[in-house]
Design a binder for this molecule. Structure first.
Ligand SMILES: NC(=O)c1ccc[n+]([C@@H]2O[C@H](COP(=O)([O-])OP(=O)(O)OC[C@H]3O[C@@H](n4cnc5c(N)ncnc54)[C@H](O)[C@@H]3O)[C@@H](O)[C@H]2O)c1
Length: 451
């Protein structure tokens, strides 16, 4: 099929490249010409494992090109997939990018005779596609929905595993306005053999995405809430508590006497809080939407509150040990919201850096690939520097806080900390280090959910 993808960020680029690798003819559109130029020069504008290789292949095969020219892209394709950003701002989801994209597509449909399907892939609150997007398309194209197709196909990829997740999805959710829209969308995914396709209405598709993200975020906040209670009781370790809980066969069944360790269990772990481009903004958007509809969602609200507080708890614990953080050299190990991505949106590292700077510490942010993005949010200054070299950063530091469990950082041995730092204090924001072996080597250990 001929597919245009509007908005070539994390989701749009992965969608475009993966669909092109399945043999579709894809045109990626972005407003930013640097992104378009990079793609056409076979360079991925974002870091995502496997993406650049696949990008090269599909461009060389002639299955993908990028442009800023939305009109010609929509004219020359059968489907437009909207994957522009839907940030949270001013107390609710910001749908302005969706509105502009719908308007631009509608203007082209006004001149286009052939049937065209518009599919919203961006995460949007229920009613966005069948009210806002449909109305804009109808007003600008002069056509009625049905003359053009309308679909909502939420994306569940995880950054860091985006290509794998897209190529091998657990399920494909297609919300459709009518049967013809659904049949067209099915052709997009006809080569994704094993994935069940769920056909629902547009609003249900929108709600599935939010419900999934809010549930996963709630598991994390629940674990973090338990961690706070554990810290109040001496000799109770949240890690052991949650392990004891998740061995229940309802969480972790055994097959042939082997635990299957479902991915869900990885969300039942305490740490420094969730971040990223999705969970924080999506949970906030769902909460705001629910309030607008007349229901104040107390559990979802608590999920957010616990998450906001979590990074500062680590700082407070460090503060109480050192007495003051003023002029203390503190290394933040990891800036991206998780390993294998350079995305720092809503990363707990940002709250931790800001919290440390507010207490007048001297901070060094360390990361293999996310420094440039972090600098855009918190520029370097007299009290804050960045480094890719963790060994150099740790030299003579008073404390290190592990935020992103990059393999290099979780493999720093107790001896290495001891050699590099004066009297090392290690704050384990992800509970990946073994407390007793680090303490045995003379490293003072602070772990979430453990005193
Ligand atoms: N990032 C993820 O892991 C992820 C996962 C699932 C769903 N989502 C959802 O997918 C959507 C996109 O997220 P993202 O992280 O890829 O966003 P992003 O900010 O990385 O990319 C959006 C891109 O859209 C472009 N753009 C905006 N308006 C445009 C227009 N009118 N025409 C052409 N280009 C335009 C921007 O220049 C930008 O490059 C969001 O709704 C997000 O919630 C994201």
């Amino acid at each position: 099929m001929k597919i245009s993808v509007i908005g070539t960020g994390y989701v749009g680029l992965v969608t475009g490249v993966c669909l092109a690798s399945k043999g579709h003819q894809v045109i990626c559109i972005d407003k930013q010409s640097e992104i378009v130029n990079k793609i056409n020069n076979k360079m991925s504008p974002i870091y995502e494992p496997g993406l650049e290789d696949l990008l090269c292949k599909v461009i060389e095969k002639g299955n993908l090109a990028a442009t800023t020219d939305l009109k010609s892209a929509v004219m020359n394709t059968d489907i437009s997939i909207i994957s522009v950003g839907t940030p949270f701002g001013d107390g609710k989801i910001d749908l302005s990018y969706i509105e502009s994209a719908a308007q631009e597509i509608g203007n082209v449909l006004n001149e286009k005779k052939a049937y065209h399907v518009i599919c919203v892939k961006s995460t949007v609150i229920p009613t966005t596609t069948d009210s806002l997007v449909k109305t804009i398309l109808e007003n600008t194209s002069g056509k009625k929905a049905g003359d053009f197709g309308l679909a909502m196909n939420p994306e569940f990829l995880r950054e860091g595993k985006a290509v794998e997740d897209f190529m091998f999805p657990d399920r494909i959710v297609i919300g459709s306005y009518d049967q013809e829209s659904f049949e067209t969308m099915k052709k997009v995914y006809q080569d994704f053999f094993d994935a069940p396709i769920i056909n629902v209405n547009l609003r249900t598709a929108e709600m599935i995405k939010y419900t999934a993200n809010a549930l996963l975020a709630t598991l994390i906040s629940y674990s973090n809430e338990v961690s706070v209670i554990c810290e109040k009781v001496s000799c109770v370790d949240v890690k052991e508590v949650l392990e004891g809980v998740t061995l229940d066969k309802r969480f972790n069944p055994r097959v042939n006497n082997q635990l299957i360790n479902p991915g869900m269990i990885s969300y039942l772990r305490a740490g420094c809080g969730f971040g990223g481009s999705c969970f924080p903004k999506d949970v906030q958007a769902l909460s705001a939407f629910s309030k607008e509809m007349g229901y104040s969602p107390s559990m979802i609200q608590a999920t957010l509150e616990i998450n906001e507080a979590q990074p500062y708890r680590l700082i407070e614990r460090l503060h109480s040990i050192l007495g003051t953080l003023e002029n203390k050299k503190i290394v933040v190990l990891g800036l991206s919201f998780k390993p294998e991505t350079d995305d720092i949106r809503e990363s707990p590292s940002l709250a931790i850096i800001k919290g440390l700077l507010a207490k007048r510490a001297k901070v060094i942010g360390v990361d293999p690939i996310a420094i440039d993005n972090t600098k855009k949010h918190i520029p370097q200054n007299d009290s804050l520097t960045y480094s890719v070299d963790y060994k150099n950063a740790l030299k003579d530091a008073e404390a290190a806080i592990l935020v992103t469990p990059w393999p290099d950082y979780i493999n720093i041995s107790p001896q290495e900390f001891k050699e590099l730092m004066k009297e090392p204090i290690l704050v384990d924001g992800r509970r990946v280090f073994d407390k007793s072996s680090y303490e045995a080597a003379g490293v003072q250990y602070i772990g979430v959910g453990l005193t």
